[in-house]
Design a protein around this ligand. Structure first.
Ligand SMILES: C[C@@H]1O[C@H](OP(=O)(O)OP(=O)(O)OC[C@H]2O[C@@H](n3cnc4c(=O)[nH]c(N)nc43)[C@H](O)[C@@H]2O)[C@@H](O)[C@H](O)[C@@H]1O
Length: 400
């Protein structure tokens, strides 16, 4: 596959256009990372077919899980934008405003079909339809459509249309080609409505491999690994090349630092995934057993739990020589930044155990696949209290 850099020769063929996107406001950080991969693959396909789209990165902000209210955060705070740029050309929203102004030509609001699936069959299709709920998010004031637009109050759109769609990245490609390929600044809202073309295929992984963390995240994470666990890339065998395009690891290349990482998802998960996650005591029991089995007495805990639960967990660890360490960050760091450092540290552990169906854990799985860990050290989850041997996460292993 040589889908890279083809865009260089196409810039002359077609006038440059912008594809901006957004996601359902209630979605968390790591589901948004998944949606990025779907949209990046929309742009990849459009470019391969001669449409000169640049992907505009939606600023991070006002996330439900973030306790510090932050908005207009750039992707470069968390990710290496130059690296993303090697998959499809991307730009920060602020740079888009500088380059193309405060207007968007059309917001295409993705929605499902009001009538649901016909005959219970999933068929890929799209149609412009009356809006079902977009009116809650966009309002026409004078001749300008106003909306959230990532908290940029000066931004507005000339038009808003609703597209009922059932399908995947390529379905949206078809819709754009058919109806909107003349649109200069196109924004696709509710992009999570489309699925991946093929979950876990080479295009999925290329987009994912391009999503490297920012230098600041990596430096902070590496410093912490070194200080807390004496872990470093040479000893852990986790050295990777600067460019993801020529980084290819085999399972078993990486051995990881001398610690066990557990991602313990709490807060809203305690309610929404009650049946599938353990109690604090149950988690401590499973962690203790794994630590004993693997002869690891250093635990790195990545969690959104409050300190009461963390102290409780620590008190249940047995034998009591298991040390519990967390990355606390400090007041100057954002919630988003701390959470990505947590993921980086977990990605380098000798063994990882995550939480059932948490996209936060899924992104750690992927990082470990990229680094070349054996799958059995990665695709593990905590079981609910009443099940000793629950079903483990599907092994979505890397493909090159
Ligand atoms: C119920 C669903 O849960 C889904 O969450 P799920 O997949 O775990 O994962 P995320 O989409 O990332 O949302 C969870 C957020 O909670 C914080 N968080 C969770 N675990 C940790 C951790 O170990 N360390 C740190 N520092 N922060 C953590 C962090 O802000 C993270 O982005 C949501 O995406 C969906 O929108 C929905 O709410």
């Amino acid at each position: 596959y040589n889908g890279v850099a083809q865009f260089d020769d196409q810039t002359s063929v077609q006038e440059k256009k912008y594809l901006i996107y957004d996601v359902n406001p209630g979605e968390g950080f790591n589901l948004r990372r998944d949606v990025y991969m779907r949209v990046a693959n929309v742009v990849r396909q459009l470019r391969e077919q001669g449409y000169n789209y640049i992907l505009v990165l939606p600023p991070w902000g006002n996330l439900y899980h973030w306790r510090k209210r932050e908005n207009k955060c750039k992707w470069s705070e968390f990710f290496d934008v130059e690296s993303l740029n090697l998959f499809v050309p991307v730009m920060e929203f602020e740079d888009f405003i500088k380059e193309a102004g405060h207007q968007i030509d059309l917001v295409l609001y993705l929605q499902s079909y009001a009538e649901g699936w016909q005959d219970g069959e999933f068929e890929m299709k799209f149609d412009i339809r009356p809006c079902i709920e977009a009116q809650h998010y966009y309002e026409k004031v004078g001749d300008k459509w106003r909306g959230m637009f990532f908290s940029y109050s000066e931004v507005w759109s000339h038009d808003v249309k609703c597209l009922s769609i059932q399908g995947q990245s390529s379905t949206l490609v078809d819709a754009i080609k058919k109806g909107f390929n003349e649109t200069y600044r196109l924004m696709v809202d509710r992009s999570e409505t489309i699925l991946h073309d093929h979950f876990g295929d080479i295009h999925y992984w290329r987009a994912r491999r391009s999503m490297r963390y920012s230098k600041a995240v990596i430096e902070m994470g590496d410093k912490f690994r070194h200080e807390a666990f004496n872990s470093n890339d040479i000893d852990d065998r986790t050295v990777i090349k600067d460019n993801w395009q020529n980084t290819e690891k085999k399972h078993g290349d990486a051995i990881g630092g001398n610690y066990l990482c557990v991602h313990l998802r709490r807060r809203d998960f305690v309610r929404s995934h009650k049946k599938n996650i353990p109690s604090i005591e149950g988690a401590a029991k499973q962690i203790s057993e794994t630590a004993k089995r693997l002869k690891l007495n250093q635990l790195f805990l990545s969690t959104d739990a409050d300190t009461v639960e963390i102290d409780e967990l620590a008190s249940f660890l047995s034998p009591s020589n298991i040390t519990l360490t967390r990355f606390e960050g400090g007041p100057q760091l954002s919630d988003g930044f701390i959470s990505v450092v947590d993921q980086w540290v977990c990605a380098h552990a000798k063994h990882f155990i995550g939480t059932h169906q948490s996209t936060f854990s899924f992104r750690i799985h992927e990082d470990r696949e990229i680094l070349g860990f054996l799958s059995e050290t990665t695709f593990n989850r905590l079981c609910p209290d009443h099940e000793n041997e629950c079903e483990q996460p599907a092994k979505w292993t890397i493909v090159y």
